[in-house]
Design a binder for this molecule. Structure first.
Ligand SMILES: Cc1cc2nc3c(=O)[nH]c(=O)nc-3n(C[C@H](O)[C@H](O)[C@H](O)COP(=O)(O)O)c2cc1C
Length: 394
């Protein structure tokens, strides 16, 4: 029976952690509960000890078995660390690597999937520091089960209610199920925009943030893959376990990706590569002259099509396509034109989705048809996509 550590921090929603513990046990997990001091003021350890049949800890110096450091013991044996409810305070402590109680110390010693279900007042959830903590934790690969909208305990309306128990259980099942479906595989990603120089200080580019590429890199690592990212200029960081090659132009991106393509089992072109580049890069800085100005552009090579042509036999090559809501005809045409096995289409015409956004919705188009993901965070979407691609790889 796989072990889980359920961390409970000091929110009114603590009472729901008892139901969550039971549901996780019904799914076959052996659950050990760790309360923060604040949580222990809302609910008693005795409740969780009675439900789980295991000791419930708060203090790092509490050792149910003498001489065994419980924080290391629990961290080593857990298939996942679930924090539900996760307070603003605990999220910030986790993001900054504090180890000032049992829960945060276990988190520091734990190397597996971290599932976080925040619950708090909407203003606390919107607070810059809470957002930063969640971004930081997501960047490190945590699974965040977004809180629901509605009336929270203090009577205010907004986003902050603990997600439903089935949603949290589903996230735990997902987090613990796909640990190795890309084990032994090499995943090559292109990510971010390209910058095509006009002169020494100006360039042509686009709004790609690299968030989808970073989410795919994290998900692929969590699924056991070796990951190489060839990235255009982006502000965000990629996971430290990924090999990252930084480039600027489409030509540099192609050259860098070509030097890795022969080893790759899965190649995903997420980068928004400029179709054209200025024919000439003017030296220095172009001066303002007439009222109008023409810029000569020449076509860039098609990066993902070239990679598909050079991939090893059996490798799976996937192109991302940003389509402004014109149906899937262009995606089916791209399958053939680019020689890829799948096209992942994001509809960039919908507000809040796609480029720069934290959410996206994909339709995966292959020769045998299409499947739509629905709207979800880029982290979840990355896993959704890679699970399907891992299935195709066999
Ligand atoms: C009645 C009450 C309800 C609270 N509910 C929440 C909550 O839902 N979410 C939250 O982030 N903090 C909440 N707090 C504040 C936290 O309990 C407080 O920040 C505490 O220091 C959190 O400690 P912990 O993160 O170690 O559990 C609440 C406090 C009280 C007194």
């Amino acid at each position: 029976m796989p072990d889980l550590v359920l961390g409970v921090s000091g929110s009114v929603a603590c009472y729901r952690a008892a139901d969550l513990a039971r549901e996780l046990m019904r799914e076959g997990f052996s659950v050990r509960v760790c309360l923060t001091d604040s949580a222990a003021r809302f609910v008693s350890p005795a409740l969780f000890e009675a439900l789980t049949g295991q000791p419930c800890l708060s203090d790092v110096f509490e050792e149910p078995e003498r001489g065994r450091m419980a924080h290391i013991d629990w961290a080593r044996s857990a298939a996942a660390l679930v924090v539900a409810p996760a307070t603003a305070n605990t999220l910030s402590r986790l993001a900054h690597g504090l180890g000032d109680d049992m829960l945060t110390t276990i988190a520091l010693a734990f190397e597996g999937p971290l599932v976080l279900a925040p619950a708090m007042n909407p203003a606390m959830y919107d607070h810059e520091t809470t957002r930063e903590a969640l971004d930081r934790l997501t960047e490190r690969g945590a699974w965040v089960v977004e809180p629901a909208e509605g009336e929270v305990a203090c009577g205010e309306q907004g986003q902050g209610k603990l997600a439903s128990i089935p949603e949290i259980v589903a996230a735990v099942l997902e987090a613990t199920a796909h640990g190795s479906s890309l084990a032994g595989r090499h995943v090559l990603l292109t990510s971010g925009p390209t910058q095509e120089p006009i002169d020494d200080v100006r360039f042509l580019s686009n709004r790609s943030s690299g968030k989808m590429g970073a989410a795919l890199a994290r998900a692929a690592l969590q699924m056991g893959a070796r990951v190489t990212v060839v990235s255009g200029p982006v502000a965000l960081g990629y996971p430290p376990q990924a090999e990252v090659v930084r480039v600027r132009t489409a030509l540099e991106m192609l050259e860098a990706a070509l030097s890795h393509v022969a080893q790759a089992d899965l190649i995903v072109g997420v980068a928004a590569v400029a179709d054209y580049r200025p024919a000439q890069r003017a030296p220095g800085k172009l001066r303002r002259q007439a009222d109008t100005m023409a810029l000569d552009l020449v076509a860039n090579p098609d990066v993902i099509a070239t990679l598909a042509g050079r991939a090893k036999p059996g490798a799976l090559c996937v192109a991302f396509a940003a389509e402004p809501g014109e149906g899937l005809g262009p995606a089916y045409a791209k399958l053939k034109a680019k020689g890829v096995r799948a096209v992942a289409v994001n509809d960039v015409s919908q507000p809040g989705l796609g480029m720069e956004a934290d959410e996206n919705a994909l339709t995966l188009v292959t020769e045998s048809g299409e499947v739509a993901s629905g709207r979800m965070s880029k982290s979840r979407l990355a896993r959704w996509l890679l699970e399907r691609l891992a299935g195709e790889l066999g």
